[in-house]
Design a protein around this ligand. Structure first.
Ligand SMILES: [Mg+2]
Length: 325
């Protein structure tokens, strides 16, 4: 078992100089981080740009929010640019109201134009057949996730339906989801790139993050959250091989650790390709590994280290404790 604890550093998410995303190469990431767990307990999906096609103009969103910030009596005192969602909540009441109108306008457009990502319904059906749990972790609102889930439900039904393991998505964590499920008035779960949403879902399921695959389209939010939480797989979806501008406005660190945190364990161009990779992993002969604990069998995630000890991977899970994998 691993003796070190998984300490999560909020500072790792913010310090920095540039808004340009820089990741290790795919080849290097695959070699260093492995690919996917062979038998995952759950898959957590980002929503916008992952489960549904990208339709939010983030450059416009940042520009409109920062215009309000610069015009606001409180916002004018701010220094470094921050995540637009977070900075909006720190403005004067008038500034917050103006930002809400902007978010409402952009999110309504996204809902009106919502279309399911290629291969999404088939992937959900495949996960259902393997009894793999499913959840959505998004910075969108619960009501919009509900609309998306309804579209998925219809499409999965058309594709042959689920295998009797519950709903299309078993849990949803949105930016208005309370952190205490028994207390609707509790503070919302902290948004990505914080790992809190992933760890919240792991606690609901009673599984360790190393048993979870996280899938998103944004390295700075999704992959950082997944790697900081210690997910067994962090998958970046880049349709056409192009990483889109989905940056929410905060500065990015450029240290080796910062770059490692936003480097995915796997890149795919679609959810259909992810399904093919999961099928290949599930069929791979587990006896093929040499079990020497070498680089191929050592996965590092967040502040913790998962080390192959000859019988499997082990990781310390925050609030859960040591978990054999
Ligand atoms: Mg997204």
């Amino acid at each position: 078992m691993v003796a070190s604890s998984l300490l999560l550093r909020a500072a790792a998410f913010r310090p920095a100089t540039t808004a340009t995303s820089r990741c290790l190469s795919h080849r290097s990431a695959t070699r260093l981080f492995g690919s996917l767990p062979r038998s995952p307990a759950a898959v957590i999906f980002d929503m916008d740009g992952t489960l549904v096609d990208h339709s939010i103009d983030f450059a416009s969103l940042r520009s409109r929010i920062w215009e309000v910030v610069d015009d606001d009596e409180v916002g004018r005192t701010f220094g470094e640019r921050e995540c637009v969602l977070e900075v909006a909540g720190k403005l004067s009441p008038e500034g917050q109201a103006r930002c809400k109108l902007i978010f409402d306008d952009i999110e309504k457009k996204a809902v009106d134009e919502m279309s399911l990502a290629a291969g999404g319904p088939e992937l959900i059906r495949y996960l259902s057949e393997r009894k793999i749990q499913r959840a959505v972790l998004t910075r969108n609102l619960e009501r919009n996730v509900g609309i998306m889930a309804g579209l998925y439900s219809d499409a999965v039904c058309d594709a042959g339906g689920l295998s009797g393991d519950g709903d299309v998505f078993h849990h949803v964590v949105a930016r208005d989801t309370p952190s205490d499920p028994s207390d609707p008035a509790s503070e919302p779960v902290r948004s990505k790139p914080s790992p809190d949403g992933i760890l919240h879902l792991c606690r609901l399921w009673g599984v360790g993050p190393s048993e979870v695959i996280f899938v998103g389209d944004n390295a700075n939010d999704d992959i950082v959250a997944a790697n900081a939480a210690g997910c067994g797989g962090s998958v970046l979806v880049t349709p056409g091989g192009v990483e889109r501008d989905t940056h929410s406005g905060y500065a990015l660190g450029e240290s080796e650790e910062d770059v490692r945190l936003r480097t995915p364990s796997l890149r795919v161009e679609s959810l259909g390709e992810l399904m093919e990779r999961m099928m290949a992993e599930a069929e791979e002969d587990p006896s093929e590994g040499d079990g020497d604990g070498g680089e191929e069998e050592t996965r590092r995630a967040g502040e913790g280290t998962m080390v192959y000890d000859g019988g499997g991977f082990s990781v310390v899970v925050p609030s859960i404790g040591v978990k054999g994998v």
